[in-house]
Design a protein around this ligand. Structure first.
Ligand SMILES: Nc1ncnc2c1ncn2[C@@H]1O[C@H](COP(=O)(O)OP(=O)(O)OP(=O)(O)O)[C@@H](O)[C@H]1O
Ligand SMILES: [Mg+2]
Length: 290
């Protein structure tokens, strides 16, 4: 079983600090990396793939510096970049076979893995079609498949569910759960329900710093007694919007309800409700949800 250890990693772009002294230990399981746009998720993931060299600090895999490991490390690694580009003239099958060969698989294994993974991402029926004509979600699924070709022990997926329809996203969560049983999976996402159901651990990144890390349940427990559903008149709505962070506004039978974060009940009619990850996101990252 592999472990990754991030030791005081910082990344600077000029004088801009994109990552600040990140300390992290990752083992088996699914880790969800959450943070607003520009928080440093992609930067951290690129450093973990050894595509980007940290300005300070280092990353160890089972105690060895990943940069010094070179090809040995890449053999353990599968990576889906955020901006996964494809060769439009390749067919899905041709592309996966090509990448498999680049990863050092022999012809027979490349064919077998390609067929297996096309099936996993449900593109077997489109295997002979050119990637240039694929939809965004189909392309993304080819990206997921190519990351798995070498049966990697470490899987790093930068927004893997971006562009997937709800049905495919739900299917992908099942795949993630399976993959996380015997390997290290790190994924970033802005879709909070992905994390809620698929991640064993959530890592919260804000402005280049880790500000929280725990299981989704443990993180949500911190919000017990702090989330309220409040029926409001238009005037109360305007007043409360200024006073408390609001994670949702809904209407039911002609009544408007605000979902508010507050240590004490915001009004006498407030009802305590169970926190969800959207509340948590608001709690950690302020009022803007992506
Ligand atoms: N090559 C670069 N040169 C200068 N600044 C960069 C470079 N790459 C990233 N940055 C900056 O570093 C910060 C972190 O970027 P990063 O791509 O890691 O964010 P992210 O968390 O992945 O965001 P998103 O959710 O939008 O994908 C951003 O402010 C970005 O503008
Ligand atoms: Mg990113």
């Amino acid at each position: 079983m592999v472990t990754l250890q991030v030791e005081r990693v910082s990344k600077l772009y000029g004088s801009f600090v994109a990552l600040k002294e990140i300390e992290l230990e990752l083992g088996r399981g699914v880790y969800g990396l959450l943070g607003p746009n520009g928080a440093g998720k992609t930067t951290l993931m690129r450093i973990l793939t050894d595509l980007l060299i940290p300005s300070r600090g280092r990353v160890l895999c089972n105690g060895r510096d990943i940069h010094a490991m070179g090809a040995d490390y890449r053999d353990l690694l599968g990576y889906l970049p955020q901006d996964f580009g494809v060769y439009p003239n390749f067919t899905a099958e041709g592309f996966l076979c090509y990448i498999a060969r680049l990863k050092g698989l022999d012809r027979e294994t490349a064919r077998r893995k390609t067929a297996e993974l096309l099936d996993l991402v449900r593109l077997s029926d489109r295997r002979k079609r050119r990637l240039g004509g694929f939809s965004g979600g189909e392309r993304q699924r080819v990206g997921i498949a190519q990351a798995l070709l070498n049966d990697p022990q470490i899987l790093i997926l930068d927004e893997p569910t971006a562009g997937l329809d709800p049905q495919e996203r739900i299917r992908f969560r099942g795949v993630l759960n399976q993959l996380g049983r015997d390997r290290l999976v790190l994924l970033s996402t802005h879709i909070l329900s992905d994390v809620e159901s698929a991640a064993d651990q959530v890592i919260l990144l804000r402005r280049g710093e880790i500000i929280g890390r725990d299981s989704p349940d443990a993180l949500l427990r911190q919000l017990e007694g702090k989330v309220w559903s409040v029926p409001v008149t238009p005037q109360e709505q305007a007043e409360l919007a200024v006073r408390c962070p609001c994670s949702n506004v809904s209407r039911l039978n002609g009544v408007t309800y605000m979902r508010l974060l507050s240590d004490a009940p915001p009004t006498v009619r407030a009802r305590s409700v169970t926190a969800n990850l959207e509340d948590l996101y608001l709690w950690y990252f302020g009022q803007t949800t992506p």
